[in-house]
Write a protein that binds this ligand. Structure first.
Ligand code: PMP
Ligand code: GLN
Length: 384
């Protein structure tokens, strides 16, 4: 195989799914809901597929209804003024959106700042573009970055910073103060932000999600990537989008044309319908997850694992150091084989130099049925 993929192993999500299945463990690893997409949204997909019009190629940048829905959604929730024709590209999930952003905006030899722990596709994307990742860690237990470490990561070669808020896996939602520091440094060093907001509707408690594109001077230098997977419990649909100022989006559009050209056509119509849902949908979605978060916290409370309540996403990072001595991967294997619960060890979300920072933590997902989360309480209770 080619040198550019030489260092890529099997993703941690696949590895843990195989192990969980082998040991018949309750799988709180991969962020994959074990419940279905709302029936009215699925019905729109069926209707579109049976319309006799939509089973051939969609327009490359996406169908007009979905591009308008993305622009309307950004205006409705964030007050952003997006051009539905030149400022939105529909992608094959956020994953293709992120890759097209990196390929379309980053030159070989450029540096890309990545906040750690990171979603697992960012670094392979950067390496495939021939660029160099530069890492800024979030420090437990608060998962905040050190402003001096952030500042030191910028150089004359920095081209892009990849941001993710609400943040997988820590559950942080970055505050206006944190975002302002990132924004000031990006403006000072003429850096573009790729903002991954796939958990935008998954804020918990008092946390409020602020898109960095809404900060002064940032709209022109931000491409925002999101997805229907989390918000509509449809991770198998792989419909995402990138939006921003047409000048920044141009590079993304060029890469998108020749990575995938166009995305699954009928599903785009269903996602356009879904994005236009009433506030009630989004409110109920959030309260459903607040209930599930409480069930997982209750399960962890009886287990000896320590955690802080997440501000967003459907993940909790739990500190296992009181109940197990070893690395996160060892603890995960122990949990799967001896306790019957699967989680995600964060080693593959860190650079080699920083992996020690997450050495006491594993990630649990709560995008699971209430029954599964109640079962987790019984099983995790055996850890003590
Ligand atoms: N970014 C983050 C932070 C994620 O958690 C995920 C979902 N695993 C993605 C991107 C990928 O999203 P999609 O499934 O839409 O490609
Ligand atoms: N985003 C999901 C997670 O973090 C999984 C995505 C994947 O399997 N690649 O669990």
């Amino acid at each position: 195989f080619a040198q550019r993929v030489e260092t890529f192993g099997t993703t941690i999500f696949t590895e843990i799914n195989v192990l969980a299945q082998q040991y018949n463990a309750l799988n709180l690893g991969q962020g994959k809901p074990d419940f279905d997409t709302p029936a009215d949204i699925v019905a729109e997909l069926v209707k579109a597929a049976q319309s006799g019009q939509l089973n051939q190629y969609a327009p490359g940048p996406g169908v007009a209804s979905l591009r308008h829905a993305v622009a309307n959604h950004a205006a409705r929730f964030y007050g952003l003024d997006i051009d539905p024709d030149q400022g939105v590209i529909v992608t094959a999930g956020a994953t293709e959106g992120l890759l097209s952003c990196v390929l379309g905006l980053v030159n070989p030899g450029d540096e890309v700042i990545v906040i750690e722990p990171f979603y697992d596709s960012y670094v392979p994307n950067i390496l495939m573009a021939g660029a160099t990742p530069v890492f800024v860690p979030l420090h437990p237990p608060t998962w905040t970055f050190d402003p001096a470490e952030l500042r030191a990561a910028f150089s004359a070669r920095t081209r892009v910073l990849i941001l993710n808020s609400p943040h997988n896996p820590t559950g942080r939602v970055f505050t206006r103060e944190e975002l302002s520091l990132i924004a000031d440094l990006c403006i000072e060093h003429d850096v573009i932000v790729i903002n991954d907001e796939v958990y935008e509707h998954l804020t918990l408690g008092d946390a409020r999600y602020i898109p960095i594109a809404t900060l002064p001077g940032m709209f022109e230098r931000t491409v925002t990537v999101s997805s229907s997977g989390k918000t509509f419990s449809a991770t198998g649909w792989k419909i995402g989008w990138a939006y921003g100022h047409p000048a920044v989006l141009e590079g993304v559009a060029r890469a998108h044309q020749f990575t995938i050209f166009a995305v699954h056509h009928p599903t785009q119509e269903a996602v356009a319908y879904a994005l236009n849902q009433s506030d009630q949908y989004y409110d109920e979605f959030r309260s459903m997850y607040e209930g599930k978060m409480r069930l997982l916290m209750d399960a962890l409370d009886g287990s000896g694992l320590k955690y802080r309540a997440p501000e967003g996403t459907y993940f909790i990072m739990a500190d296992f150091s009181d109940v197990f001595k070893g690395m996160p991967r060892d603890f995960t294997h122990h949990l799967i084989k001896e306790i019957g619960v699967a989680c995600i060890p964060p080693e593959s979300m860190y650079s080699r130099d920083h992996v020690h920072i997450g050495r006491d933590y594993v990630r649990f997902s709560f995008c699971k049925s209430d029954e599964a989360l109640l079962q987790a309480k019984k099983l995790l209770g055996k850890l003590r």
